[in-house]
Design a protein around this ligand. Structure first.
Ligand code: GLA
Length: 377
């Protein structure tokens, strides 16, 4: 089964945009293995937009850009596979991709066949330049069927930016993950707005078909294709914690050949990844909220474990957030005789058993996240 858990990998768009070539892809494949990303679960290496020639060949087939990919895509796929990774590519449901390259509208079956022949394992499918007369759902359905007809198992990553509430229908047409929002950029405001917008839809995300709130910007620090000033380390920590709490795809967007240690350690944090990848694939629920700034989430994991996550989205620096909610609100009243044995997922610090209530302090733009085991007190 594809996408049993949220897919993990790397995508070229956030940092490199059109500036891609086979050397970059091969070096990135090397880095995914050598720096421990593959071992941590990041297995898909995905080339985004801008990989092809501007026109199809005489047989109506897509052609890789001869200068960027002089040895063709099959050779790139073979190299990626030789590293134990899976290979992803990009096309679009419209008549041209977002960057203006040939796209798959009315070429769905021949393109799926081409991708399969190259050894593609993952297709990101965008939504630019879609004809007014076109029907969004039927075009995603058509590519879904074309991929199935291709004879190769290809994960279908639909990217229609939340148009027509994809959380309600993408699952039923065979999609494995669907972009639920517009594009992320490398700023606190961007990932925060995206995350908050998807809270009500997370309950429709799960094993086999995940809500995709876009690729990660961790470690970009304002460099690359979706710049916008960058984030602080604390903010990247909040970004990654949100995506892992939500149990959504983790597609790295930084230049993983050169990430600093703080970013790399964050992306490789075993506790956070194990939360993201929990086998039950349940969504978190919002257990408490005060104003538009303070959010308290709980997520049920397998093995009687739970995540307690506290976010402070306030912009007022120095304002710490004391959440004063009671365990009563999460199904564990004092009289039950049960409490939660808490561990800080970032530091590994054991906080002992808490019952009745728990009041962590959270800095502005920061978060606190704990794993709890339900125990008799
Ligand atoms: C759209 C998508 C992005 C990226 C670009 C490529 O904007 O949402 O993720 O794929 O197109 O042009």
């Amino acid at each position: 089964m594809l996408a049993k858990r949220p897919p993990m990998g790397w995508n070229s768009w956030n940092t490199f945009g059109h500036d891609i070539n086979e050397k970059l892809i091969m070096e990135t494949a090397d880095a995914m293995v050598e720096k421990g990303y593959l071992e941590a679960g990041y297995e898909y290496l995905v080339i985004d937009d801008c990989w092809s020639e501007m026109e199809r060949d005489e047989n109506g087939r897509l052609v890789p850009d001869h200068e960027k990919f002089p040895h063709g895509m099959k050779a790139v796929a073979d190299y990626v596979h030789s590293k134990g990774l899976k290979f992803g590519m990009y096309s679009c449901a419209g008549v041209r991709t977002c960057a203006g390259y040939p796209s798959s509208y009315d070429h769905e079956y021949v393109d799926a066949q081409t991708f399969a022949e190259w050894g593609v394992d993952f297709l990101k499918y965008d939504f630019c330049n879609f004809p007014e007369s076109g029907n969004c759902k039927s075009r995603y359905l058509r590519m879904s069927m074309a991929l199935k007809a291709s004879g190769r198992e290809i994960l279908f990553s639909a990217c229609n930016w939340g148009v027509q509430e994809p959380w309600k229908w993408m699952d039923s047409i065979g999609v494995h993950m669907y972009r639920s929002t517009g594009d992320i950029n490398d700023s606190y405001q961007s990932f925060k707005d995206i995350a908050v917008s998807q809270i009500p839809n997370l309950c429709m995300s799960g094993s086999g078909c995940f809500n995709d709130p876009d690729m990660l910007v961790v470690g970009m620090y304002g460099k690359g294709n979706v710049g916008f000033g960058g984030c602080t380390d604390e903010e990247y920590r909040t970004h990654f914690a949100l995506w892992c709490l939500f149990g959504v795809p983790l597609m790295m967007g930084g230049d993983i050949r050169n990430l600093n240690d703080v970013s790399r350690d964050l992306l490789l944090n075993k506790e956070l990844i194990s939360i993201d990848q929990d086998e039950e694939c349940r969504a978190p629920y919002l257990a408490g909220q005060s104003g538009n700034d303070h959010y308290f989430f709980v997520r049920h994991l397998s093995n009687n474990e739970f995540v307690l996550a506290y976010f402070n989205f306030s912009d007022k620096a120095g304002m710490t957030y004391h959440y004063s909610g009671a365990f009563e609100d999460i199904g564990i009243p004092y009289g039950s005789g049960y409490g939660l044995e808490l561990t800080d997922v970032f530091t590994g610090e054991k906080l002992g058993v808490k019952r009745d209530y728990f009041v962590p302090q959270v800095e502005a733009h920061g978060c606190q996240m704990f794993k709890g085991k339900l125990v008799r007190v």
